[in-house]
Design a protein around this ligand. Structure first.
Ligand SMILES: Cc1cc2nc3c(=O)[nH]c(=O)nc-3n(C[C@H](O)[C@H](O)[C@H](O)COP(=O)(O)OP(=O)(O)OC[C@H]3O[C@@H](n4cnc5c(N)ncnc54)[C@H](O)[C@@H]3O)c2cc1C
Ligand code: SF4
Length: 334
């Protein structure tokens, strides 16, 4: 049985106290939302932690509210709250769908939105015991010098398996980040897509003193449709093998642009622009061409379990089905 090592615990109830603790800990503290990703990784020796900074009691990280043309969601909301909230279901249904498809009800009751967005990258060679990894000589992410997914590769290509990240990127969401500096709270806001780096060993662009406070997503108008689709082997609990979100911007009955966001490829979601499809009718051939775009531009790697070639063949099917679900009756009539 894998045991947790000994570490300190801090449980602040104010954002300023949480940020101060992070600043004081000199990179030894780790924010802990629900712990459903962090604690297994600490058990596996994949992540070191001198202190767990429990965020559950921090009131400023909770709540979902309309702020002008945006919906604001605190990073400390559980995924169950995000999935069930009426405002989210009305304004950002693809996010509600993505949150509702993460893991199992028990995990969604613990897991937070912030933790889902800051999820560590996953790889079949790293999500193993320390003993197992050492037998292989480690890898770029674990005390080694070689990548086993891309032999000879210079960077870690472990996959971000977050289901909410593709959906929120499709909604053009931004994230609010805070830290304690010069005896005060400093904040910055960045587009969610820019939070991620292509290096799987350090794919979340946050300093060790920074916390993700919340997410701001512009509520789409009537001319925008956004959807999310996930494929996993077992529907009820598994990590995604494909997680895609599609944003369609319309001009009347025709496409005007949008984006396709493909997750679980590497350390950050791939964003494909759909300007070239402007003027297309919402018909089955358009859905097929979106699938072909994903097939041509995205190449799943053997980083997560399951056959990479099958994932590649499956991706255009999932994209086509997602597009058809957004076209609705228009595709049936064309
Ligand atoms: C069996 C199983 C199945 C799973 N299936 C899925 C799945 O289908 N889809 C999916 O997306 N995930 C899945 N997960 C992974 C995980 O449960 C979820 O992603 C969950 O949302 C993580 O949230 P958390 O609050 O528990 O994160 P934590 O474990 O608390 O934290 C994760 C990371 O985020 C950091 N962090 C947390 N909050 C903040 C913050 N506010 N600011 C800065 N950093 C922060 C932590 O330091 C840590 O590095 C699964 C996990 C298990 C065990
Ligand atoms: S992608 Fe390569 S370097 Fe990264 S965890 Fe997997 S084997 Fe290690």
């Amino acid at each position: 049985m894998l045991r947790l090592p000994v570490f300190d615990v801090a449980a602040p109830d104010k954002l300023t106290d949480a940020l101060r603790s992070l600043a004081d800990s000199q990179a030894g503290a780790r924010p802990l939302g629900g712990g459903t990703d962090l604690l297994p990784n600490v058990k596996l020796g994949q992540t070191r932690m001198a202190m767990a900074l429990l965020l559950r009691g921090v009131g400023e990280l909770r709540g979902i509210e309309r702020r002008g043309d945006n919906l604001w969601l605190g990073a400390g909301n559980t995924l169950a709250q995000v999935a069930q909230d009426e405002q989210v279901r009305d304004a950002l249904p693809a996010l509600a769908h993505a949150a509702s498809r993460v893991a199992s009800p028990q995990i969604r009751n613990m897991a937070t939105l912030g933790g889902n967005l800051c999820l560590d990258t996953r790889c079949r060679y790293i999500n193993q015991s320390e003993f197992w990894r050492q037998a292989l000589g480690g890898c770029l992410k674990s005390h080694g010098s070689e990548c086993h997914v891309v032999p000879g590769g210079q960077g870690c290509v472990a996959a971000l398996s977050s289901d909410t990240a593709p959906a929120l990127i499709a909604y053009d969401a931004t994230v609010e980040i805070a830290s304690w500096r010069d005896e005060g709270v400093q904040t910055r806001e960045v587009p969610l897509a820019e939070l991620y780096d292509s290096d799987g060993t350090r794919h979340v662009r946050l300093e060790s003193t920074e916390l993700l406070v919340g997410v701001r997503a512009p509520v789409p108008g009537l001319n925008v449709r956004v959807g999310h689709r996930k494929w996993a082997v077992r529907k009820s609990i598994d990590f995604p093998l494909i997680s895609v979100a599609l944003r369609l911007e319309l001009d009347g009955a025709l496409a005007a642009g949008g984006k396709l966001v493909v997750g679980v490829l590497g350390p950050r979601p791939r964003v494909l622009d759909l300007k070239a499809f402007a003027g297309r009718a919402l018909a089955p051939d358009f859905a097929r061409d979106l699938g072909q775009l994903a097939f041509d531009r995205c190449r799943p790697l053997p980083n997560v379990p399951y056959d990479a070639e099958y994932r590649r063949e499956r991706l255009p099917v999932e994209v086509r089905r997602l597009a058809l679900s957004l076209f609705g009756d228009q595709a049936a009539q064309s």
